[in-house]
Design a protein around this ligand. Sequence first.
Ligand SMILES: C[S@@+](CC[C@H](N)C(=O)[O-])C[C@H]1O[C@@H](n2cnc3c(N)ncnc32)[C@H](O)[C@@H]1O
Length: 226
Amino acid sequence: MAKNKLRRFSEMKDWSNCFEPTMDAITLENFPLKGNWNKNHFKNENPIVLELGCGKGEYSIGLSQHFPTKNFIGVDIKGARIWVGAKEAVEKEYSNVAFLRTKIDFISSFFAKDEVDEIWLTFSDPQPIKPNKRLTSKYFIERYRQILKTGGIIHLKTDSDVLFESTLDQIEEHDYELLESTWDLYSEMDQNLDQTTRDIFHIKTHYENLFVSRGSVIKYCRFKVS
Ligand SMILES: C[S@@+](CC[C@H](N)C(=O)[O-])C[C@H]1O[C@@H](n2cnc3c(N)ncnc32)[C@H](O)[C@@H]1O
């Protein structure tokens, strides 16, 4: 493994905002923070918001600064990416943001029923030939349903027509409740928003910057699954 990656992995082990559980059956059944993130980690009773597939965690970090009375947890399998967000949070002493390195497939092993208030999916892989691997497929939504509070909201921000269209299809097919949807976030919705909401939508992730520089149009929707 590259030296830089090894250094990052070793640094992360010392940070109290970073969790890297093994994915063996015993850990998956006994993760100590499951149901206890607020009591044992954040030490408050604030709502919990997840960013799934967070990469370098720009959304988790950005949202945490807009909403000091919510707790944010970025989840991704790639440790070297999570390191970027976790390092910023450690250096700036942001206490309402944490990172969990795991496969999203196992998300219900790490959060209890009703523990999560909202989920953000930011520039998720569109998986053009493996629809079941899309983070808005029924396979994943069933897992989110196990941890989301009733009425909990899922946000999707994407450059991908394939992912956006298939998400809207899933919403219709499974009778989820679509709250908001636009095929062109910045030109259609932007003007009608209050400043805070606009600022939130303008948080730019690594992949958003990449896609926008190639001319992609950003889509957004928000929906409920229960
Ligand atoms: C295209 S990147 C987007 C990263 C970031 N949200 C951004 O906008 O810059 C997708 C991310 O999702 C993560 N990912 C995809 N499927 C995953 C899964 N099943 N479990 C955990 N992470 C996953 C990848 O590791 C990757 O970092």
